[in-house]
Design a protein around this ligand. Structure first.
Ligand code: AMP
Ligand code: ZN
Length: 279
């Protein structure tokens, strides 16, 4: 097991170095869900000596959300990490299920898509308030290779133009760069690491993650070896500079409703939620 631990830790350090993801002086906020991936990277960034705090969004998905928040609290207590908790009810007056139901009355956007857009919006706004230089997420090799295949199946690789180990193409004072130090680490290795270190982790999946394209792609990719997933991300990284160049031609403006950075007059979150009271 020590071998796997060393291998993972070294691989993450190499990714951070190769892609210049972090500096020791950076103020880092890790988006911590209570799941294994963000827990492992939060634990490791602290172990590596970075200036890291945790940001957890409580989505109020019943007891599941309580357990997730408790797990993050436990890790932060154990490792002496400052924790910030954002309550979705305080922002939107209600729990994630109701937000989604409202959205889905008018559109057929999947549960995970609504939740993902709202979380991204909240993470950027809250991390900026905390003065963060970088937001770290727990996205790993399996997530990233699935996303590339999903974008391909949807006939639009440009959807991934802002991805890669760093979301480098959006440069704006209101936008906190998001980075993914686990970009090249297979999910099963992260799980093994979290178990070996006995980290407080919620392993159960979110009950709301149903019928999205991701679930179908995940099933399709499940038994593919890590080398295949590595090939997918590495080949995508070769074309990414060209996609980013195209993306750079678009300007970043601020959403007319919430004032957050956006590519269009109304940001994705406000377009979906049709809210006007969250500025
Ligand atoms: P997901 O979109 O659920 O696959 O999560 C991807 C990443 O987003 C995780 O690895 C976390 O870094 C972050 N994240 C997801 N859910 C939360 C949450 N409730 N609070 C804070 N960060 C989260
Ligand atoms: Zn907006």
């Amino acid at each position: 097991m020590r071998n796997l631990e060393n291998k993972i830790e070294q691989k993450i350090k190499n990714t951070i170095k190769k892609y210049r993801l972090l500096n020791k002086s950076d103020k880092i906020v890790t988006a911590a869900s209570g799941g294994k991936d963000s827990t492992v990277i939060l634990y490791l960034l602290k172990k590596f000596g970075y200036n890291v705090s945790a940001l957890h969004i409580n989505l109020h998905l019943g007891k599941y959300s309580d357990r997730c928040q408790e797990a993050v609290q436990e890790l932060c207590k154990q490792q002496d990490i400052k924790l910030h908790v954002v309550d979705i009810k305080k922002y939107f007056g209600t729990r994630m299920c109701y937000i989604r139901q409202g959205v889905q009355q008018n559109t057929n956007v999947s549960n995970c898509m609504v939740c993902g857009i709202v979380k991204k919006w909240l993470l950027n706004k809250e991390a900026r308030k905390l003065g963060a230089d970088k937001i770290v997420t727990g996205h790993h090799l399996d997530d990233e290779s699935q996303t590339i295949i999903m974008n391909f199946l949807q006939g639009n690789l440009m959807l991934g133009a802002n991805s890669g180990p760093e979301t480098g193409s959006l440069k704006d004072k209101k936008f906190v760069p998001r980075i993914k130090p686990l970009y090249f680490i297979p999910e099963k290795d992260i799980k093994e690491y979290s178990l070996a270190k006995k980290l407080p982790v919620i392993y159960e999946k979110c009950q709301c993650a149903v019928s999205s394209l991701r679930i179908k792609v995940r099933a399709f990719m499940q038994n593919k070896p890590a080398e295949t997933k590595e090939k997918i991300v590495n080949n995508f990284l070769k074309i990414l500079p060209r996609l980013k160049k195209q993306l750079h031609q678009q300007k970043i403006i601020y959403c007319d409703i919430c004032g957050e950075p956006s590519r269009n007059e109304i940001c994705k979150k406000c377009e979906l939620l049709n809210l006007n009271n969250t500025k």
